[in-house]
Design a protein around this ligand. Structure first.
Ligand SMILES: Nc1ncnc2c1ncn2[C@@H]1O[C@H](COP(=O)(O)OP(=O)(O)OP(=O)(O)O)[C@@H](O)[C@H]1O
Ligand SMILES: O=P(O)(O)OC[C@H]1O[C@H](OP(=O)(O)OP(=O)(O)O)[C@H](O)[C@@H]1O
Ligand SMILES: O=C(O)c1cccnc1
Ligand SMILES: [Mg+2]
Length: 581
């Protein structure tokens, strides 16, 4: 992120963070923390490899969710499809744009995500015979000719342009533009919206959590159990990582996306399940050592918890991370430290603790203070400074901001409900609107000025200033000359006449790329890691005041003078003049 004047923080997790996975021994992770160390090697197009690695000739794979077919749509798309067909307008050339009008979370931006599944849908778009039978049942008006038309539909006649995943995007700029036969473009509306709205919302939410936490802590996504169903949970895990999270507890996400890092700690049930030493069959000397240290350092800590930790440490000698708040958090830290000393005496390194209730800042400081006490007593053990303090329990963006203003020693956050359900704003309002038919721009008027459509096919550019940060996004008509670096142009607010500025960009970046044409993908299949890297770069380049959590400065999304005049001429032509008498 850039401050108004200069560069500031980095959103990459620091390279001193540790892997929290049992069995991986708290290994130091690299900046992306999607090392795949715990979830196997990368494999294929959906892995965490960079997009350059992928052979362009590989067609996009099937959608990850088998529910995504041409039938994942609203009834009215099929009804309109039939009506276009009957009116013989279904083959008219058309252009639709997918965009949002208002950013979520009272913010100014979104992080675009979900294009991977859109590419898969375009590639695999085909009604099955049983779906066609069902459509006949549903739409008795449909004759065999229409069913045959649906039967032969594929996306080979479409041209699709899009911004790329991980891009910072702003209101009204078309994120995806679909050009092709009217009937087919219409049939894609609902599916494209459902494939983009939630991924973009969750990637944006995750980005905001990352901005709120700062670059250092490890962010782990823990939301599967609270997500809106299996697909909500899976999408949340994937796109939270695109948005800057480092790992997920969701095993299916790791299995499906082999580059994603899967990790976790332990639950209260595990700690609660132990109550004494009956049936203990582990290493007696190890248990006796831990108990001896406990009796010396803090007699009276919970015995069942101590046993639970001793058992776990033996099972995961390189991945001991203890949940310490089941009975009494401070007693829990002592129990952890005693087991840690016993491990250290066997040449092993514990990973750390998790706090799941109470004042997380205060308790994290207490953890560090007690680690320091042990460090003073057992200075030959070298792991004390590197121990993790993981915090969880209903953490949201506000809690991260609040914790950032307090003194705390938290090194990692486990975040579920508020992240995956996007509790602060549960839906993104991307829309998909017709802007042109047979080369004729179309406008939709509204009493609500924000809802007036900007007509026609557009070219969109990001104009970059001399400090490398974006100045504004500019939309212009397709046939206008693109802006050029060093040349001064007039940029106008689309609706408010007095809001305009002259801008001289240092760099002009086209916002969209042709991603689908002539029946095939024109880009390497988008990867989570590719989107993650683009998001990081774009967030770093953007001025901090556009991204901040509260009262962000509006980012200018402008139109060229030519598009402004065109929009307002069409608006006047189409708006009825009322007669008063
Ligand atoms: N130091 C802090 N500053 C700001 N918010 C915090 C701090 N510590 C914890 N929180 C947040 O305050 C809320 C505390 O919630 P709540 O009172 O329900 O939990 P608790 O009583 O500590 O634990 P539980 O009920 O789960 O046993 C959570 O959202 C938590 O993330
Ligand atoms: O708080 P979240 O951000 O959703 O993070 C995930 C939560 O899920 C687990 O709780 P669990 O399901 O055991 O429930 P509880 O903590 O509410 O008792 C875990 O201990 C976290 O508290
Ligand atoms: O691994 C964890 O600690 C975890 C995972 C999911 C939800 N709560 C906690
Ligand atoms: Mg909880």
């Amino acid at each position: 992120m850039k401050r108004k004047a200069n560069v500031s923080s980095d959103v990459a997790p620091s390279n001193t963070q540790r892997d929290l996975s049992p069995g991986t021994g708290g290994v130091t992770t690299t900046s992306g923390a999607i090392s795949g160390a715990t979830s196997g090697a990368n494999s294929g197009a959906t892995s965490g490899t960079t997009s350059d690695d992928i052979n362009l000739q590989n067609p996009p794979p099937p959608c990850s969710n088998p529910l995504v077919t041409p039938l994942l749509t609203d009834m009215y798309q099929l009804s309109m499809g039939l009506a276009y067909y009957r009116a013989s307008t279904h083959q008219k050339s058309s252009t639709f744009e997918l965009f949002f009008r208002k950013p979520p979370f009272s913010g100014e931006f979104c992080v675009f995500a979900g294009l991977d599944q859109v590419m898969s849908h375009l590639q695999n778009f085909k009604f099955s015979e049983s779906q066609l039978l069902y459509i006949k049942e549903l739409l008795p008006e449909a004759d065999e000719a229409f069913i045959n038309y649906l039967r032969n539909l594929s996306c080979s006649s479409l041209t699709v342009t899009s911004v790329l995943p991980g891009s910072l995007v702003f209101p009204r700029v078309p994120l995806i533009t679909v050009s092709g036969p009217l009937g087919l473009c219409q049939l894609l509306e609902t599916t494209l919206l459902t494939l983009i709205n939630y991924p973009t919302l969750i990637a944006t939410n995750a980005t905001r959590f990352r901005l709120a936490s700062g670059p250092s802590p490890t962010l782990l996504e823990f939301g599967l159990r609270r997500a809106q169903g299996p697909d909500g949970g899976y999408s949340a895990s994937k796109y939270a990582i695109l948005g800057g999270f480092d790992g997920t507890s969701n095993v299916t996400a790791g299995w499906m996306e082999r580059g994603l890092k899967v990790s976790g700690t332990m639950a209260h049930s595990y700690v609660m399940s132990f109550s004494g030493w009956d049936g203990y069959c582990g290493d007696r000397a190890f248990a006796d050592k831990a108990k001896e240290i406990r009796d010396k350092e803090r007699a009276g800590t919970n015995e069942g918890e101590l046993r639970a930790f001793i058992e776990y440490a033996q099972c995961f000698p390189n991945g001991f991370l203890a949940l310490i708040d089941t009975y009494d958090t401070l007693g829990g830290v002592y129990n952890f430290c005693c087991v840690a000393v016993a491990m250290g005496m066997n040449g092993l390194k514990p990973v750390g603790v998790r706090l799941d209730s109470g004042d997380l800042a205060y308790l994290s400081r207490e953890c560090r203070r007690i680690f320091d006490l042990f460090k003073a007593t057992y200075p030959s053990l070298t792991f004390w400074d590197g121990l993790q303090v993981v915090a969880s329990n209903d953490i949201n963006e506000g809690v991260l901001v609040a914790l950032g203003k307090q003194d705390h020693c938290i090194t990692a956050y486990g975040i579920g409900t508020n992240l995956v359900t996007c509790q602060a704003q549960p839906a993104l309002g991307c829309v998909y609107k017709l802007v042109e038919v047979e080369g004729e721009p179309r406008i939709k008027l509204s009493q609500d000025i924000e809802k007036v459509l900007i007509p026609g096919r557009k070219q969109c550019y990001r104009l970059i200033g001399s400090d490398g940060s974006p100045l504004l996004d500019l939309m212009q008509m397709e046939d206008e000359t693109p802006p050029t670096p060093g040349a001064r142009i007039l940029a106008r607010h689309p609706f408010e006449e007095q809001k305009r500025c002259f801008v001289t960009p240092t760099l002009v970046v086209p916002l969209t790329t042709v991603v689908w044409k002539d029946g095939r993908s024109q880009i390497p299949y988008p990867t989570i890691e590719g989107g993650r890297m683009r998001r990081k770069k774009e967030v770093e380049a953007c001025r901090e005041d556009h991204l901040r959590a509260h009262n962000p400065t509006p980012y200018k999304v402008s139109v060229s003078d030519g598009l402004y005049k065109f929009l307002h001429r069409i608006w006047l032509e189409e708006a009825p003049v009322v007669e008063l008498s």
